[in-house]
Design a protein around this ligand. Structure first.
Ligand code: 2DT
Ligand code: MG
Length: 211
């Protein structure tokens, strides 16, 4: 049996740490090297579930914390079979936010950590998590105003950051932390070096699940 699957590379971090620019840069780099890659962003707002999430995030709709938490997870589940199929056929996915955002934002609101993790158990486990960590929240806030979406408040972001830090410490075998306050160029170079290493290993490894 020959395994030559693509990799699953997840980017995590607070709002405005540069995830979207860095995922694009990485995507361009891989594509230029002839590596088949796709970009995906959670929440994926176009599906029926995604539209409810969008209404919630833009404050057009209120939902109990538990309900929106399960919606975010369901939004991953509705896309995961398609992702798995393409990965097994060789496509590498670069994913802007994943289940760790799911847990971090809900735990920051006061929901129980284990309860938050359980709906995502069984999803594809990333080969690497690229964690963009702001060395100072103020530096990030000063990059420009947060948008008007729910969660885009400094005090709340700090609480979310604590949970990301815990994941990074506990899951250190595949989490890689980067300083989000350096130049976009440097950050890209550091990320590219790690991803090159990861891509050497993944084709021969079978897919794992979140536990
Ligand atoms: P973006 O700004 O990246 O579109 O995210 N979020 C995200 C959750 O609360 N749970 C999740 O499972 C995911 C994937 C983070 C919009 C906001 O949605 C939050 C910020
Ligand atoms: Mg945002």
């Amino acid at each position: 049996m020959s395994l030559s699957r693509g990799a699953f590379i997840v980017f995590e971090g607070l709002d405005r740490t540069g995830k979207t620019s860095q995922t694009r840069r990485l995507y361009n780099r891989l594509t230029e090297k002839g590596i088949k890659a796709k970009l995906i962003h959670f929440p994926e707002r176009s599906s029926a579930i995604g539209q409810v999430i969008n209404a919630y995030l833009t404050n057009a709709q209120d939902l109990p914390d538990e309900v929106i938490h399960l919606m975010f997870s369901a939004n991953r589940w509705e896309h995961i079979n398609g992702i798995r199929q393409e990965m097994l056929a060789g496509t590498t996915f670069i994913c802007d936010r994943y289940a760790y955002s799911g847990a971090a934002y809900s735990v920051a609101k006061g929901l129980h950590f284990d309860w938050c993790c359980s709906p995502d158990r069984g999803l594809i486990k990333p080969d690497a998590v690229i964690y963009l960590k702001a060395s100072s929240d103020e530096a990030i806030a000063s990059r420009g105003n947060y948008g008007g979406e729910r969660y885009e408040k400094l005090e709340f972001q700090r609480k979310v950051g604590v949970v990301f830090d815990q994941f990074c410490e506990k899951e250190s075998s595949y989490w890689h932390q980067f300083d989000a306050c350096q130049s976009e160029e440097n950050l890209h170079a550091e990320i590219a070096a790690i991803v090159d290493e990861v891509l050497k290993e993944t084709p021969s490894q079978s897919l794992a699940k979140l536990t």
